[in-house]
Design a protein around this ligand. Structure first.
Ligand SMILES: [Fe+2]
Length: 170
């Protein structure tokens, strides 16, 4: 399978069997387009980054995130959802943490997600933040199964608290 435009991707996601989340990974692996396929949705005009929902159903949400130079998310969990991050433009660093005592994030890995690369996250794998550490614009495609209902965010200064927020952090 070769998915070279956004409409094809959404069709495949709509038809995906949700009983096995690996089916969604296979679809994300088949994405072959670059940022020009979502050029009508690219925008870098919000802080801490720009979030653009491309499609949301009962089973999944597909989101385009645009990261201006230096922008980053807070550390956050995914409240039971699986998430895949696929690089689309520029470079995003995924910093992954575990919670030592349930509240204090401990950095365990940093991965640079370049165009075509996919990172997988869920609450069993850890929590994470995403950062554009470069001086160029970046964009990434995010798939959530099920759609994120919200996230818990964590301080990265080792302050042991977690604040529940209702808006979506990715
Ligand atoms: Fe995330």
């Amino acid at each position: 399978m070769n998915i070279n435009n956004l409409e094809h991707l959404i069709t495949e996601l709509d038809n995906c069997d949700p009983s096995n989340v690996d089916n969604y990974l296979e679809i994300m692996k088949a994405v072959s387009f670059d940022e020009t396929a979502v050029k009508d949705h690219l925008a870098w005009n919000q802080t801490p980054y720009t979030r653009n929902s491309l499609k949301k159903t009962d089973n999944y949400e597909l989101v385009l995130l645009c990261w201006d130079a230096g922008q980053e998310s807070p550390i956050h969990n995914h409240t039971g959802s699986d998430g895949w991050v696929r690089g689309l433009l520029g470079e995003i660093v995924e910093s992954r943490y575990t919670l030592n005592d349930g509240t204090e994030p401990k950095l365990i890995a940093e991965t640079t997600v370049k165009p075509g690369m996919i990172a997988h996250i869920n609450d069993q794998l850890g929590i994470h933040k995403l950062s554009n550490k470069t001086d160029k614009k970046a964009a990434s495609l995010h798939l959530y199964v099920s759609p994120l209902a919200g996230c818990e965010t964590y301080n990265d200064d080792e302050t042991p608290n977690a604040d529940y927020i209702n808006n979506i952090t990715n």
